[in-house]
Design a protein. Structure first.
Length: 255
């Protein structure tokens, strides 16, 4: 699937797009022992919910404003839509690439929905190993999407941010699959981990890590917590809950 040749000098990349996760994203890839525990959809119609190990983590609203006929919602009716109501490119990534071709886009960076923009919703689940499996299965699916799209769809990998050592290992796995970046919540200090502001300013390190000049992006409104009177960004006094994106191309560590 060839990327469009817009010009010799310009390639347009959509830097903030999302994937509406197909309802079988996890169950189709999970081992038999986990199929009933990983994220899956229960209920009917508007009462459908994403469930993990008996815990509701999200509604099944696809968070897409383009309906199945390709028309954009001009109001708020999309909040009541389900996956069958939205354009298939919302959840079918082969169709997504066709949309990129239609609009002359070279590539698109993709963020998650079900787990929350920073994978914070997995913290509703008590079992840490199950949480890790959920993140790993998602990342494997994203690696498949990136490869199948000929590197035109660039999903961000979810981090098991609640465990620093597991996160370091998952960075290595994500990079081995060719994924270009990671995403995590902005406030790990909410569960007793080091404040992210200190991490970015070099106050906290992980054993084995080397100092780097990693590209870090901060998105607002994704972690679901309360606004706090500190920020990972020097000079920003008040930080609303958000998510953090790190480009793996510039991350260097021993693992």
């Amino acid at each position: 699937m060839a990327a469009p040749a817009l010009s010799d000098e310009l390639s347009i990349i959509d830097g903030d797009a999302h994937i509406t996760e197909p309802h079988d994203l996890w169950t189709s890839r999970a081992p038999a022992s986990m199929k009933g525990r990983v994220p899956h959809v229960e209920g009917e119609g508007m009462d459908r919910r994403w469930i993990v190990d008996g815990v509701e983590i999200a509604t099944t609203n696809p968070a897409s404003v383009i309906n199945k006929d390709g028309q954009k919602s001009r109001g708020t009716e999309f909040f009541g839509w389900q996956i069958e109501d939205v354009h298939e490119a919302s959840w079918d990534m082969k169709q997504r690439v066709s949309v990129l071709d239609e609009f002359g886009l070279y590539a698109q960076i993709l963020y998650p929905n079900v787990a929350g923009f920073g994978s914070e919703r997995f913290m509703k689940v008590d079992d840490g190993e199950l949480r890790l499996a959920c993140a790993r299965i998602y990342n494997e699916a994203m690696g498949e999407i990136q490869a199948d799209s000929n590197e035109r769809l660039l999903p961000m990998a979810l981090m098991p941010w609640w465990n620093i050592e597991q996160s370091v290992e998952e960075i290595d796995r994500a990079r081995s699959m060719g994924l270009k970046g990671i995403v995590m919540c902005s406030d790990p200090d909410s569960i007793g981990l080091p404040d992210l502001g200190g991490v970015l300013e070099g106050e906290h390190t992980v054993e084995g890590e080397k100092p780097t000049e990693a590209q870090v992006a901060l998105g607002l409104g994704g972690s679901g917590g309360e606004a706090v009177d500190h920020s990972p960004v020097p000079g920003v006094i008040r930080q609303h809950p958000g998510h953090v994106v790190v480009g793996l191309a510039d991350v260097d560590h021993d693992g």
